[in-house]
Design a protein around this ligand. Structure first.
Ligand SMILES: NC(=O)C1=CN([C@@H]2O[C@H](COP(=O)(O)OP(=O)(O)OC[C@H]3O[C@@H](n4cnc5c(N)ncnc54)[C@H](O)[C@@H]3O)[C@@H](O)[C@H]2O)C=CC1
Ligand SMILES: O=C(O)CCC(=O)C(=O)O
Length: 737
């Protein structure tokens, strides 16, 4: 550890893969013949401006660059060892590339870092007191060395005669790290791949899903039954993937301070404390429907095995016994089948059983009559189903209503000699009561795939001749495992990246597509951040005033995103959009959604307003495609807010703006853009400056002494992706007179 090191890291070729593909892409798209090194050491400084802008623009090839192996770990380790304020990314990319560059870094899991854009890197490095740089460009390395800045140059080329001793050639980032800070601790070992997340997997999942996850994450396998091992593995995990055997209790959740996602590779989430996860701000995902065909077919398989007596007949023949008279199979045709729970699996069962010319009756108070009709199932009360069905099959989740839904009383009301099937959850059927009924013949036979305690090594059902038992394999067909694996692996990674996913259990479903929703919630979280910088003390009430026709679910997501980001400054608690409302309630912060003019012709707007001694209001406008912060404290802005900003509230007097510029100039802070607003000449006004450089505390302190300045704020927008849980490095400071 050395506190005098202030490190400037190049981006392209150091934190990204080799950028030669950029020239290749530009040549392909524009029919040019740029040399392949055109973007290598000068970020295309000699390339026509519009092509350079395209390369680094939102749709350009720079967005598709892969991160360099070890890049993220290097930045994390450097920030940890040197202090976040001493690590800076200094790139020759054009200033306009800021938004897409920041987005790329975020998407690839880099911690938020100060970034500067300049081809004259040395000038910026000097101004910021940089002592060391990591580069892949000989040109920049030579310039750094000439300015007395020690440079680690990533290259395998040998050092030529006469090269400055301040340039040290190293083959990769691991070697650069060693030169900079000595050999890494084992703990800090830089890993050998572009690994971004740590995902604990506690049950067997599909190999293709594992491969997909492993492309972006380190996978830690652990036995979910071994709670000590599980909690130890969760210590620095970002996500946990389970099937049905791992009990994700509050204790387990508490073991993962960085845990952001718990994914259930299956449907039922009864083994996860969803309320506990919600309170902790952890997103719970599942894979609804992905194994429904499998569970439905398994149910039919158990039923046919029972009615045709296949297990016993098979065993007899294998044993050399030809007992044709002993077996009395019967047909399903004409029998009444009672389906309890007509969701995804229940529907699959109904559809298949129609082909057997059975009469189908069903009980499910939560689905529409039309669904029964579509499926050819007659809706009946539970009592009638029990009384009339020759076969009763359960397809309900385990809830307080369904636990022991089939107990001794219910069995007593069943048609004598009926068959019971349970491929849902063990708790739904009282096993003792069922075993007793099977012994007496009150229930003729049963097929059971699920048990109250799994793995089940004992059960009153074991050894009974008229029951077929399987070890919870209803959802385990090859196809189901592949479908579940695909859904869970893609959405776990997406959720870790902060993207909206369709299979969240503890976030309300949203009617917007994932990317559209994400664009909007990202800006909403930026608005929340700005609000919390303007109003640093936690308010008692936050109003979200919505104009235009906005579905309630979208408003809820927008509110959660803004609130989570604001609460990160208003409380020390861990807040994400999942628990933002709960945390606000706990803290006594009243969050109120006010629906204004819902005219669909209006461009939708969300105004986040806090009242009291220090009232503020930040407004996001959303044209249903792009969203941006377009108003602060009722001052309209011409352009949406983004980037590193200085915001002042002042009186509209000659000289105020100029004096701010003078002070910033004195501190070597370059102004990249300016917006001003006022309601009337000489009245209250606002100024928003986009700056290229860090504004020192001292500069901010001087700015607030300018006569006419009421308050000044420094903030970086947009904020980190809401779900990332990492607000580090997004500097925000406030000074008020
Ligand atoms: N054995 C296995 O490997 C598998 C088991 N399952 C289990 O099967 C069950 C059903 O799964 P899905 O159909 O995918 O779920 P689903 O959510 O699509 O359907 C469940 C249905 O149960 C109904 N329901 C809820 N409470 C009820 C009540 N008190 N009375 C009657 N109906 C009620 C709901 O309205 C819903 O229609 C779940 O417990 C699930 O975990 C699912 C897949 C594989
Ligand atoms: O495959 C599993 O983990 C169990 C399947 C299941 O029970 C479910 O999806 O709810």
């Amino acid at each position: 550890m050395n506190d005098v090191i202030r490190l400037a890291l190049d981006l392209d070729g150091v934190l990204t893969e080799h950028p030669r593909i950029l020239a290749h892409a530009a040549n392909e798209t524009f029919g040019l013949t740029l040399p392949l090194h055109a973007f290598v050491d000068s970020a295309g400084c000699n390339v026509p401006l519009e092509i350079r802008r395209w390369v680094y623009g939102p749709d350009g090839p720079a967005r598709r660059l892969r991160p360099a192996p070890k890049g993220r770990r290097f930045v994390e380790a450097a920030r940890a060892a040197l202090g976040a304020e001493n690590v800076l990314i200094l790139t020759a990319r054009p200033q306009e590339a800021r938004a897409t560059t920041e987005e790329w870094l975020r998407e690839h899991g880099f911690p938020a870092c100060a970034i500067r854009f300049a081809d004259d890197k040395v000038a910026v490095a000097h101004a910021l007191g940089v002592s060391h740089a990591v580069e892949d460009s000989v040109r920049h390395a030579t310039a750094y060395a000439a300015a007395g800045i020690r440079c680690l140059l990533l290259t395998t080329d040998p050092k030529p005669e006469g090269e400055s001793p301040l340039i040290e050639r190293v083959p990769d980032l691991a070697a650069a790290w060693e030169r900079l800070l000595g050999a890494p601790d084992e703990e800090e070992e830089v890993e050998s791949g572009p690994i971004r997340y740590r995902i604990v997997i506690s049950d067997v999942i599909d190999p293709a899903a594992r491969a997909r996850l492993a492309r972006e994450a380190e996978l830690i396998d652990v036995d979910g039954q071994d709670v000590a091992a599980l909690t130890a593995a969760l210590r620095d995990a970002d996500a946990l993937i389970v099937r049905s055997e791992t009990q994700v209790t509050r204790e387990v959740l508490a073991a993962g301070p960085s845990l952001r996602v718990v994914a259930r590779a299956g449907t039922g989430v009864d083994n996860i404390d969803v309320q506990g996860a919600t309170e902790a701000g952890i997103l719970v995902l599942n894979a609804p429907g992905a194994n429904a065909v499998s569970a439905g077919e398994h149910t039919i398989a158990l039923l046919l095995a029972l009615t045709r007596q296949i297990p016993d007949a098979n065993a007899a023949v294998h044993a050399g016994r030809w007992e044709r008279k002993r077996f009395k199979p019967f047909d399903l045709q004409g029998k009444t089948i009672g389906i309890v729970g007509l969701g995804r699996v229940g529907s699959v069962v109904a559809q298949r059983l129609r082909a057997f010319e059975t009469r189908l009756i069903g009980y499910d108070p939560y689905i529409a009559r039309e669904r029964f009709q579509q499926l050819g199932v007659e809706p009946v009360p539970y009592e009638r189903l029990l009384a009339e069905a020759d076969v009763v099959t359960f397809h309900v989740p385990a809830t307080s209503e369904t636990i022991n839904m089939l107990d001794a009383d219910a069995i007593a009301r069943m048609k004598p000699g009926a068959i019971v099937l349970n491929c849902a959850r063990g708790e739904v059927v009282d096993q003792e009561a069922l075993a007793e009924a099977l012994r007496t013949g009150r229930v003729a036979a049963a097929g059971v795939d699920v048990f109250p305690d799994e793995p089940a090594y004992t059960s009153p059902l074991f050894g009974l001749p008229n029951v077929i038992l399987t070890p919870h394999i209803g959802g385990s067909s090859r196809e189901a495992l592949a479908a579940v694996g695909e859904m869970i692996s893609t959405t776990t990674l997406a959720a870790l990246r902060g993207e909206a996913v369709p299979n969240a259990v503890n976030l309300p479903p949203a009617s917007l597509q994932g990317p559209e929703l994400q664009r909007l919630t990202r800006v909403a979280s930026a608005a929340g951040r700005l609000l919390s910088v303007l109003r640093s003390a936690r308010p008692e009430r936050l109003e979200v005033i919505v104009q235009g026709a906005v579905p309630l679910d979208v408003t809820e997501r927008v509110t959660a995103a803004a609130l989570a980001e604001a609460l990160r400054r208003w409380t020390d608690r861990r807040v994400t959009p999942v628990n933002a409302r709960l945390v606000a309630r706990d803290l006594g912060l009243d969050v109120h959604i006010v629906t204004g003019n819902a005219d669909p012709a209006l461009v939708p707007e969300f105004a986040f307003e806090v009242d009291g001694d220090d009232p503020h209001r930040v407004t996001v406008r959303w044209d249903r495609n792009e969203a941006g912060i377009m108003e602060i404290d009722r001052f309209s802005l011409e352009r949406p807010l983004a980037g590193d900003l200085l915001i002042t509230r002042h009186w509209d007097r000659p000289g105020v703006v100029g004096r701010v510029g003078t002070i910033l100039g004195r501190y070597n802070v370059n102004i990249a853009g300016m917006q001003v607003g006022r309601h009337e000449r000489g009245g209250q006004a606002i100024m928003v400056l986009n700056v290229d450089d860090i504004i020192p505390e001292a500069a901010l302190a001087e700015i607030v002494t300018i006569p006419g300045i009421e308050s000044a704020y420094v903030v970086s927008l947009p904020s980190a992706v809401p779900e990332s849980g990492d607000a580090n490095g997004w500097g925000a400071a406030r000074a008020a007179r």
